[in-house]
Design a protein around this ligand. Sequence first.
Ligand SMILES: Cc1cc2nc3c(=O)[nH]c(=O)nc-3n(C[C@H](O)[C@H](O)[C@H](O)COP(=O)(O)OP(=O)(O)OC[C@H]3O[C@@H](n4cnc5c(N)ncnc54)[C@H](O)[C@@H]3O)c2cc1C
Length: 379
Amino acid sequence: MLDFSLTEEQKALVETARRFTRERIAPIAAECDRDARFPKDVFVAAHELGLVNATVSSEYGGAGLHELDNALVAEELAWGCTGIQTSLLANTLALTPIVLAGNEAQKKKYLGMLTADPVFASYCTTEPSGGSDVAGMRTQFRAVGNDYVLNGEKCWITNASLASFYVVFATTDPQKRHKGIAAFIVDRDTPGLRVGKHEDKMGQRASDTAAVHFEDVKVPKENMLAPEGEGFKLAMETFNQTRPDIAAMGTGLMQRCLDESLAYAKERKTFGVPIVEHQLVQAMLAEMAISTEATRLLYQKAAWNLDNGVRDPIVSSYAKAFGADRAMQTALDAVQVFGGNGYVKDYPVEKLMRDAKVLQIYEGTSQIQRLVIARSLAR
Ligand SMILES: Cc1cc2nc3c(=O)[nH]c(=O)nc-3n(C[C@H](O)[C@H](O)[C@H](O)COP(=O)(O)OP(=O)(O)OC[C@H]3O[C@@H](n4cnc5c(N)ncnc54)[C@H](O)[C@@H]3O)c2cc1C
């Protein structure tokens, strides 16, 4: 039997996240966007409430929530600001490979670190030479005595300036492509590791994004997360698990577009009537509602799959591609509903439009999702 209802626990979780968003995120979103500032106190408060690192099991100090629960939280937080939300939930991207591939000591140390205190971690695959071609990465490692030594550069790394440790993918030889890739956990204070400048972005400006440079960075053997040849699979499996969260973010952003547009359309009058009575405006509002609900169903199915052992990347990619593309169109339509007022910072929708764009870019672009889907279909 199919059941689309949330459990009582899930309803309470959504209510907590919704209240937190209305009280702590939405009121400061415009200012954080203007100043390109991530509000660390909001992270501390979210950590206290258990809204971050939520999927870590109780053995390592977490709440042990399901992927679906985490995605429900992502949708709520995204309503307030997807920039703040991206940085609030980026630990999930870094901790997922540790949950999937870490040994007991690594899980105890690093997952325990995240749950004990409000600290950040970053996930590093992308390099200046290109993010879509993960197998083409150039950051290299070699074994030296009891350590590995890393050299190279990662870019566009969420929370790079804030992180206490990094999950870093590197290769023995770029020519080996996916067969050469391994993964490591690298502590922030390791000599030779340097964080670059904060990127001045178009949207999601409240989220911290920077490059990380590795110059003869010594990583102890016990910090290898996946050996040579296993790192690429780990990176892909991580994306399979986190892409539904991007669709959930898109849902939250679209819900905000719809709420703002509907309220405005009831107030704003042209030709003697509120614009909500014009059929072409109604069509935009209806499209927004369809996109929001359809993406919600897709991310929930993709997350349900993960929680029930159905490891099918095609559904995660359906959710990510559809959710990101619809979020972009919905935000464009929200600006349209607002007319000239949609084009200025006095109203919230121009920010929603700038914020939506990156959903089509990070964690695999919309084109890469279509490649994953088409390859899966062809198989
Ligand atoms: C705000 C932000 C936060 C990010 N956070 C992180 C993070 O925390 N960790 C991390 O590792 N990375 C992160 N990224 C990087 C992100 O994942 C990459 O930007 C993304 O994967 C695209 O890589 P690229 O920018 O190098 O574009 P490219 O790979 O150079 O692609 C450029 C264009 O070509 C298209 N394209 C490329 N190859 C193909 C193909 N085979 N077929 C069809 N089209 C193709 C792409 O779709 C895109 O339109 C972040 C990026 C941003 C903007």
